[in-house]
Design a protein around this ligand. Structure first.
Ligand SMILES: [Zn+2]
Length: 182
């Protein structure tokens, strides 16, 4: 059954379920579709004199097999930085101090513009300090991308590409990207 087909207060069917807010004709209760923040981390990893961004290869749909920055929906008790640190640990096995994550950029997604992506930048980590990667049902591989060029060919989502390109641009890093499993 579609979400919010019936009034949560009195159980009467909503006359119009094509959009929000929905107004119950019986008891006047209104239901709103709350915006949904998605927190995404840009985690710089220093590797052999270069700094790359942490990515994982998606083992789930959509865009199975493509690369993505680490991130996901916030849990109810979390700040956006705590959510970014948790997702980084769950998807890539990398531990971040949430208090060091700083805002980089935010953007609305399509086709649902109230799903808002919050991109945060972490402090650089030495590649030698990364724990071994254990594949999960979500991520089959962990790697680093070096450079902003042609990321659309390998990334799952255009907004992740744009965020990564902003990060590289701020550091004056140009040219076609390189990818390394780490
Ligand atoms: Zn009602």
């Amino acid at each position: 059954m579609a979400r919010d087909s019936f009034c949560h207060s009195c159980g009467a069917p909503f006359p119009d379920t094509s959009r929000y807010p929905r107004r119950c004709t019986q008891c006047r209760t209104e239901v709103w579709a709350n915006p949904m923040p998605v927190t995404i981390a840009l985690v710089p990893i220093e590797d052999d004199g270069r700094t790359g961004l942490l990515v994982v290869r998606r083992a789930i749909q959509p865009q199975l097999g493509k690369l993505g920055l680490v991130g996901g929906f916030l849990e109810e008790h979390e700040s956006w930085t705590e959510g970014a640190a948790r997702e980084t640990r769950e998807e890539a096995g990398v531990v971040l101090d949430a208090s060091t994550i700083e805002p980089l950029w935010f953007a609305s997604s399509t086709p649902r513009p109230n799903r808002v992506l919050l991109f945060g930048a972490a402090k650089p980590i030495a590649v030698a300090s990364l724990p071994p990667f254990l594949p999960s049902h979500e991520s089959s591989e962990r790697g680093l991308v070096f450079g902003p060029g042609k990321l659309l060919d390998v990334f799952a989502f255009g907004l992740h590409v744009e965020a990564a390109q902003r990060w590289f641009s701020q550091r004056g890093i140009t040219g076609e990207h390189d990818y390394r499993v780490r």
